[in-house]
Design a protein around this ligand. Structure first.
Ligand code: SF4
Length: 112
């Protein structure tokens, strides 16, 4: 009897923990992205990839692949959701980039 109760308690606590882990994980990701320092355009990697905080300032002659509708929020590397002002970028780990930014690695986000 004692074993059944213990087993049941373990199963119950496991189910509760299983349900809470994803919820806390999501909270953690949101807080982590918000805490990321903004990417400095003067950062050597950012410079090499032509990163700018405002895509409207991209020189089309210097960046022939650039099109006016390209910006971080429509890039496959952007980790933010619609309406986010800034978000993490897979290319510049540990930094946030603005939704309106751009760099030479831009690639169309599926569905954007
Ligand atoms: S890879 Fe995409 S999201 Fe990241 S900085 Fe370049 S354009 Fe923006």
């Amino acid at each position: 009897m004692q074993n059944k109760i213990t087993r049941r308690a373990i199963v119950k606590s496991g189910l509760i923990a299983g349900a809470l882990v994803p919820a806390f994980g999501m909270l953690g990701n949101t807080a982590g992205a918000a805490a990321l320092p903004p990417l400095d355009p003067a950062d050597p990697t950012a410079k090499a990839l032509g990163f700018v905080t405002d895509a409207s300032t991209v020189s089309a002659s210097a960046n022939p692949t650039y099109k006016p509708n390209q910006k971080c929020s429509t890039c496959a590397q952007y980790q933010g959701k619609a309406g986010d002002a800034t978000a993490a970028c897979n290319i510049f780990a540990g930094h946030s980039v603005p939704a309106g930014g751009w760099c030479k690695v831009w690639a169309q986000k599926p569905g954007a």
